[in-house]
Design a protein around this ligand. Structure first.
Ligand code: FES
Length: 281
């Protein structure tokens, strides 16, 4: 088994200590990022390391590692280029961008260039549809990127340059990014700078503002109501039901039907006690 570095072992101990006693297995996701930060992928050795650290079986760790696409099971380049080919980006140019990069780099989905610098993948919605078509490099966004832009970005990466993302932190390698995802802050200057939301993100809010549309009775400071069987803490009483109609005159805050107010009286919301289970058969 590969011996992970002393630094990785120290960091693993630090990650595990962030979780309550008896809940150490919750540290699995950051630990998988941590082993990827050292090896550039999650290898069988990385799986064994996580299992040993957390008292899990290797099968349990492998089941988690193979579920999430952010854990790479094959050697991965320094630069993970993800092109969104989901509907919005796809029709606006994402499909063409992916095909162009495939041809230019000579690799397909989830494959790495022979020089080991770039791994290409297509992604299904990168959660930035308002900036479509988008691509990311190690999860940093390049907005409204067409095929010609993508070629320039990839060309710069292959020359050893670090093109500037449209927003967010400056680029770092996949190993460096994995360390951040394991819970260790990016110490570079400017890495934590915050920008305000861009115009494409705010377009819906601006339209609502112009047309006087608002959620009726919404108070952004509304506390989260405790579960029904938990006594309310002083100062955390559940908010009253909104009574004001919405600005678009649709009714708001109407009380639910009487049989839904008492879960015990409604077959779909009734507790699954023995009696109710018997009734539903
Ligand atoms: S469809 Fe591309 S980011 Fe959502």
């Amino acid at each position: 088994m590969t011996q992970f570095s002393e630094e990785t072992r120290r960091r693993a101990t630090e990650v595990i200590a962030r979780y309550p006693a008896g809940r150490e297995r919750s540290a699995l996701l950051p630990l998988l990022h941590l082993v990827q930060a050292e090896q550039g992928q999650v290898t069988p050795d990385g799986i064994a390391f996580c299992a040993e650290q957390l008292g899990l079986t290797k099968a349990q760790v492998a089941a988690v590692a193979s579920f999430y696409t952010m854990y790479k099971r094959r050697p991965t380049g320094d630069w993970l280029v993800s092109v969104c080919t989901n509907t919005m980006c796809g029709v606006l140019g994402g499909d063409r961008t992916f095909e162009t990069l495939k041809e230019q780099l000579g690799v397909g989905h989830d494959e790495t260039t022979p020089d080991g610098t770039i791994t290409l993948e297509h992604a299904e919605c990168l959660a930035a549809c308002d900036y479509a078509p988008v691509m990311t490099v190690n999860y940093e966004f390049f907005d409204q990127t067409q095929a010609s832009d993508a070629l320039q970005i990839v060309g710069a990466l292959r020359r050893g340059e670090r093109p500037e993302p449209s927003r967010g932190a400056p680029l770092c390698t996949l190993k460096e990014m994995s360390l951040q995802l394991a819970g260790f802050a990016d110490e570079r200057e400017g890495a934590l700078a915050e920008g305000s939301a861009g115009e494409p993100t705010l377009a819906g809010a601006r339209l609502a503002e112009r047309h006087g549309i608002a959620v009726a009775g919404f108070d952004p400071d509304t506390p989260i109501a405790p579960p029904a069987d938990t006594p309310a803490q002083p100062g955390h009483e559940p908010p009253p039901t909104a009574k004001e109609p919405a600005a678009d005159r649709k009714p708001a805050g109407e009380a639910p039907p009487a049989d839904l107010q008492d879960p015990g009286k409604h077959p779909e919301t009734a507790p699954k006690g023995k009696d109710n289970q018997r009734r539903s058969r």
